[in-house]
Design a protein around this ligand. Structure first.
Ligand code: DAH
Length: 346
């Protein structure tokens, strides 16, 4: 009985002691750990003595003994973290005059460089930027843009569907952001929408299943095809140089009427013919047109009051032309020998 009460007394005393321990350095914390918790420490010794406690009392004593051990461990952990790790503690011994380690300057990805340039060029004539989701619904990617359920134009874009019923998909173009914008804003709207798009296409030097587009939309009273043409001439000259010529060919898109495709004179051969322009002297860079009145109505915009133009261009195509890159796969390989060549470009 006496033995038992001294055991309990010793535990109680240590509990109180552990409660009030303090340390002024990490070294002191270590000393305390040795004092209490090492193999021969005060707490561990109690565990040895615990073997002599009569079995009917083992439960009661074991409980407070465990409590003591946990408390000591917790207290020491707290003290230790208050001092931080050893390395952090040695900060004062750092030599601040030592030269810094050599750092390789990073580069912007060529697609980012060109995207930023496009944003900047349109920014100068009042176009602001918005973005939309990459996972889209059928309405924004197709239906609102006049692609009805059985419209053959849906076949122009090989779609990655996410749901069995084709209701949710990876957007195939940034034209979906036109719809989102017209649904939520009132004209005048003068905006561009850069972003990533997805199509189920085999990867080759000229195509990839992931690529990037910039969509443009200008909606107001009295916007005409002449405004579209002038805007595109301005863009082409700013992007590829003053000598650049454009060519507008009639085309078809369900959401524009009339529709066109724009070519720029090939800046690789200067128009004389090379394998990039397939010996035509022209390279197609975008689709465009006047927004179909039905599309405006789909978005709750009065087509008797407002007209607008839209265009959509591929950033990869423009970057290839600008930097004379002949294989689109290079954009996605993350090969530093390729990327490093853009050091210093804005
Ligand atoms: N969305 C079309 C595509 O990906 C490109 C396009 C054509 C966008 C005409 C437009 C447009 O805004 O007016 O092929």
């Amino acid at each position: 009985m006496t033995q038992l009460s001294t055991m309990k007394e010793r535990i109680d005393r240590l509990l109180a002691e552990v409660d009030s321990i303090k340390a002024v350095s990490l070294d002191e914390v270590e000393q305390l750990r040795i004092k209490y918790l090492s193999k021969k420490g005060l707490v561990s010794v109690l565990f040895d003595d615990f073997k002599t406690v009569p079995s009917e009392k083992k439960r009661e004593v074991g409980q407070i003994l465990n409590e003591l051990k946990n408390k000591a461990q917790l207290k020491l952990d707290e003290l230790k973290s208050a001092f931080g790790s050893k390395e952090e503690n040695q900060v004062s011994s750092l030599d601040p005059t030592r030269p810094v380690d050599h750092m390789e300057p990073g580069t912007r990805h060529p697609l980012s460089i060109v995207r930023n340039q496009i944003i900047e060029i349109f920014g100068r004539i009042g176009f602001t930027v918005a973005q939309g989701p990459e996972i889209e619904d059928d309405w924004h990617n197709f239906s609102a843009l006049n692609f009805t359920a059985d419209h053959p134009a849906r076949d122009m874009q090989d779609t990655f569907f996410i749901t069995e019923d084709s209701g949710i998909l990876l957007r195939t173009h940034t034209s979906s952001v036109q719809i989102r914008t017209m649904e939520t804003r009132k004209p005048p709207i003068r905006m561009i929408f850069p972003g990533r798009v997805f199509r189920n296409e085999a990867i080759s030097a000229r195509a990839h299943c992931i690529f990037h587009q910039v969509e443009g939309l200008y909606l107001d009273k009295h916007v005409s095809f002449a405004d579209l043409k002038q805007t595109l001439i301005y863009f082409a000259k700013e992007m590829f140089g003053e000598q650049t010529k454009i060519r507008l060919r009639p085309s078809y898109f369900p959401f524009t009427e009339p529709s066109g495709e724009m070519d720029v004179s090939c800046n690789i051969c200067g128009g004389t013919g090379c394998n990039i322009c397939k010996y035509t002297g022209w390279v197609e860079i975008l689709g465009c047109g006047m927004v179909d009145p039905h599309v405006l109505e789909n978005c709750g915009i009065d087509s008797t009051v407002y007209t607008g133009f839209a265009f959509g261009m591929g950033i990869e195509r423009i970057t290839m032309l600008k930097y004379q890159i002949k294989d689109l796969r290079l954009f996605f390989e993350n090969d530093v020998r390729f990327l490093r060549q853009f050091t210093g470009a804005k």
